[in-house]
Design a protein around this ligand. Structure first.
Ligand code: ZN
Length: 542
């Protein structure tokens, strides 16, 4: 093969254990084992994709059959543990043409019976090398019959056979395999290590690249060294003078952008937009499970950044961090936590579903909180499925007080655990409890306000679906809104006065509207006793 045309990853594949990137704990152990001739007959290499499992398997195969190492050993010479990479055996393995090294990719191999036969043939001696070596990649995907053949061989392995098994999903392997192999866990490669290795390639390929661009590539690879090299190659094929924007454009931190847009759509209560993004990605052949995991990961970052300004996330750029912070301002912490929970719950469903989009679509719809379209009671019942799960918890004996109308209605005179006083608002009466009847009535009237608004301005009415009165004064009404975006829209002068006149029309009272951003589950925060408030509300909404 013309080495100039080889893919970067093949061309710069580690040629020695000491060149393995970010897996020192493994390479040191293996080198020691080679030096002292203490090799196992079955190895299990596990860890995320692109972290060096296959490279290690090949190095190990080379070391086991290296003619030079074998000669040195025979002569009783001290070994360095490094591979010669020059002898026939080393060369043949490097070019994948060694008759005694059998490489099987269980993920892509279709000839199921062939694999079983191959494994069955382990009992025959190697042709010309000291050992017959089986490298089985993604071993958890072997067919049942092949798997049984493997197990049988592992139970009583012929002395001339070495198995090197690799997998990204070690949890799918039975204990019978685990107990018969020497296991090595590969870690995600740190950003620094990835950059260090990329620099080696950049120097050798005479590529010019800015530090920012290099960092972006390392971050996009998410700890997978092979991906980082692949990304570099992709960018380098467009330009030999790479800047941050080139990386962004070509690799599409479009990937990150899609995810941010998707989250933004849900935060802005725009399920239609969220669904559109999901459908487009699916049509483009994107891995929906990966997409969902990315969403959960970004939400985690949004959450952490919302909780503290001092949290340092070293795997995103400063620019992305700012973008995520801004995103987090639109919603409450509770909401993000719920959203993350819904995403996590969807993973196994997406994985198993014949329609992988469906569970994701369900999350979009649940989290966008598009209920309250039907009758008031029904709306309250479904007060976002997210909140609903909390109410269920309470029913199961969870003592955590939940500050929403559902709980107040269920447990009539249960005191609200914490009453929030909104500054500058004079309430009619004071007390410690939240009374259900008042809230119900208030919501009932509120529903009328929404219905009325629908006739005048449907987009305003849509905004009100997620909005509820949280305080009622002599001459003012405070609306609790869930999203900053909604607050802005409702507070808009035109919308505000339209709504005020509708409220006046229904209640006969002139009430000045103000909006306040509230936690999604803490929408009803009132000061005042139940009874007195009931009266007060009767007076207002008489
Ligand atoms: Zn060799």
């Amino acid at each position: 093969m013309d080495i100039g045309k080889m893919a970067f990853y093949q061309k710069y594949r580690s040629k020695q254990f000491s060149e393995l990137i970010g897996q020192d704990h493994i390479s040191l152990t293996l080198v020691e084992a080679i030096k002292s001739d203490r090799l196992a007959h079955a190895y299990l290499l596990t860890g995320p994709r692109g972290t060096g499992k296959t490279s290690t398997a090949r190095l190990l195969a080379k070391a086991i059959n290296c003619q030079e190492i074998c000669d040195q050993r025979k002569k009783g010479e001290e070994l360095s543990g490094e591979i010669c990479d020059k002898c026939d055996s080393c060369k043949e393995i490097a070019e994948s043409r060694s008759v005694d090294v059998i490489e099987i990719d269980a993920a892509s191999h279709t000839g199921v019976d062939d694999i079983r036969e191959l494994i069955d043939k382990a009992r025959f001696s190697p042709v010309k090398s000291p050992k017959k070596i089986y490298i089985i990649d993604e071993v958890h995907m072997l067919s049942k019959s092949a798997f049984n053949a493997l197990l049988k061989t592992l139970e009583e392995p012929p002395s001339h056979v070495v198995f090197i098994l690799a997998t990204t999903e070690v949890n799918k392997l039975p204990a019978t395999i685990l107990s018969r192999t020497q296991r090595y866990d590969f870690k995600r490669v740190s950003k620094q290590d990835i950059i260090k290795n990329l620099k080696r390639i950049i120097d050798s390929e005479k590529i010019k690249i800015t530090d920012g661009a290099l960092e972006l590539i390392a971050i996009s690879a998410e700890g997978g060294h092979r991906d980082a090299v692949g990304l570099l190659e992709q960018v380098a094929s467009f330009s030999k003078d790479i800047k941050e924007d080139d990386v962004r454009n070509i690799l599409g931190i479009s990937r990150l952008k899609d995810r941010i847009l998707f989250i933004g759509a849900i935060f802005n209560n725009n399920p239609e937009e969220g669904l559109k993004i999901a459908h487009r990605l699916y049509a483009d052949g994107s891995d929906i499970l990966q997409f969902s995991k990315d969403i959960a990961e970004i939400l985690r970052k949004v959450l952490l950044l919302k909780i503290s300004d001092n949290i340092v996330l070293d795997d995103i750029t400063e620019e992305s961090a700012q973008e995520m912070k801004k995103l987090g301002e639109k919603v409450t912490i509770d909401f993000i936590v719920d959203f993350i929970n819904e995403m996590i719950k969807s993973f196994p469903l997406i994985k198993d579903a014949s329609l992988p989009l469906l569970p994701l679509e369900m999350v979009v719809i649940k989290c966008s909180n598009i209920e309250l379209k039907t009758s008031n009671t029904e709306g309250q019942k479904s007060e976002s499925l997210l909140a609903g799960s909390q109410v269920k918890n309470q029913g199961l004996g969870d003592k955590k007080p939940i500050k929403n109308e559902d709980s107040s209605i269920k447990e009539k005179s249960k005191p609200a655990d914490k009453v929030e006083v909104v500054e500058g608002t004079k309430l009619l009466e004071k007390s410690d409890t939240v009374s259900a009847p008042v809230l119900e009535m208030t919501l009932d009237l509120w529903q009328k306000v929404i219905e009325e608004t629908k006739n005048a301005n449907t987009s305003l009415a849509a905004l009100l679906r997620d909005t509820k009165p949280i305080e009622i004064g002599e001459d003012k009404i405070v609306l609790g809104v869930k999203f900053a975006f909604h607050k802005d829209r409702i507070s808009d002068h035109k919308n505000c006065s339209a709504l005020e006149s509708i409220i006046t029309g229904i209640t006969g009272k002139k009430l000045k509207i103000s909006c306040k951003l509230v936690e999604r589950k803490k929408q009803i925060k009132v000061e005042g006793s139940g009874e007195d408030l009931e009266k007060a509300a009767e007076e207002i909404f008489a």
